[in-house]
Design a protein around this ligand. Structure first.
Ligand code: NAD
Length: 333
């Protein structure tokens, strides 16, 4: 195969981002899109010049002119499209988090057991340069054995309101850092302690979350995820990480040193990491992730940078943190 014809299911904010980003992916083209609302479907089809549109995603899965699927429905709507997409035999990229329920993750793993096609969860940070370079330094032994990791991933209240009707800041964003921590430490999480709280009445899930993890071998980790930064906060994503080893430390993403623009409206920090527009196309980690997904299909190789089992392991930790936050007890995994 030299051209991967992609269908995108779920055209909210991030589904559109996938449609836009595939335009810059060598070897991929958008063949069809699906979302439930006809007006949104027509809007995206018109904007990106896409001929085939489906309000029922089953019709997209049955389309013989589609080779691969991006599933960009929200986390609580991942299971059935994912199971059906696996059944269709098409290659699938499922947006993170794999699910918010460990039972659903296990259903996906079971359905994927004998699948011949490529299946991947979009753990975007594994395609971000700094995390990738940091991991190579860790694997080279440069900082010794990891003993402690701290991460922060905080975003604005206004941007998170609709997401917080579906999932907590832990499942929505700490999930990124916990996946990277698992990747860096390379050992099983043994126990988890979580704390969460609400700063607003009108949200279904907590917007403040802290997750403490103890790994096999003793490394400790803490992930902070606060989705309540005030309007006017200059940060699109205020993220950083520190990895402390027995021989050295790695500091990732010092927020005091990004691309800053000051104008009459105040200070803005430009997002140049995950999905910046670069020469008219979506660049950054999202581009790298979709390019990798596409390359694996064209080259007939299985995605190895991130696996379904690893995506499931992260959800086990997030869920343990939520349970711990409810009970006040440490959860042993
Ligand atoms: N990798 C990242 O950094 C990143 C960033 C943002 C969002 N995401 C993930 O992307 C996914 C989507 O997020 P979003 O913010 O775009 O959500 P959203 O709620 O804005 O969009 C989801 C869309 O899916 C549609 N949909 C739901 N069920 C459907 C079905 N059965 N058939 C067709 N369409 C259906 C909805 O109508 C909606 O338009 C989530 O899993 C989210 O966690 C990942």
């Amino acid at each position: 195969m030299d051209k991967v014809r992609v269908g995108v299911i779920g055209l909210g904010w991030f589904g559109e981002m996938h449609v836009d980003a595939y335009r810059g992916v060598y070897g991929a083209e958008i063949a069809a899109v699906s979302t439930r609302r006809p007006d949104r479907l027509a809007e995206i089809a018109g904007k990106y010049n896409i001929d085939k549109t489906y309000t029922d995603y089953h019709d997209l899965l049955n389309d013989p002119d589609v080779d691969a699927i991006s599933i960009c429905t929200h986390a609580r709507d991942h299971l059935q499209p994912m199971l059906d997409a696996i059944q269709s035999g098409k290659h699938v990229l499922l947006e993170k988090p794999m699910s918010v329920s460990i039972e659903e993750c296990d259903q996906i793993l079971e359905a994927a057991k004998d699948a011949k096609q490529n299946l991947m969860v979009g753990h975007i940070c594994r395609f971000e340069n700094d995390y990738v370079v940091a991991r190579e330094q860790i694997l080279s032994g440069r900082i010794g054995d990891i003993v402690s990791i701290y991460s922060r991933r905080n975003v604005g209240a206004a941007r998170t309101f609709t997401h917080l009707q579906v999932l907590s800041s832990i499942s929505g964003d700490a999930v990124h850092d916990i996946d990277i921590m698992n990747w860096f430490v390379g050992k099983k999480a043994k126990s988890v302690y979580g704390m969460s709280s609400f700063t607003r009445q009108d949200i279904a899930y907590s917007d403040i979350g802290w997750v403490n993890i103890k790994y096999d071998g003793g490394a400790l980790a803490v992930a902070e995820s606060c989705w309540n930064l005030p309007d006017g906060s200059p940060f699109p994503i205020d993220a950083k990480m520190e990895v402390i080893g027995t021989k050295g430390v790695i500091y990732l993403f010092d927020p005091s040193n990004p691309l800053v623009i000051d104008d009459g409206n105040g200070r803005e920090i430009q997002e140049t990491v995950y999905w910046p527009t670069v020469h008219g196309q979506v660049g950054g980690a999202l581009h790298a992730e979709l390019q990798y997904f596409t390359d694996c299909i064209i080259e007939g190789k299985k995605p190895a940078i991130t696996t379904l089992q690893e995506a499931r392991d992260v959800i086990a930790i997030c869920n343990a943190a939520e349970e711990s936050a409810r009970t006040g007890e440490v959860v042993i995994l």
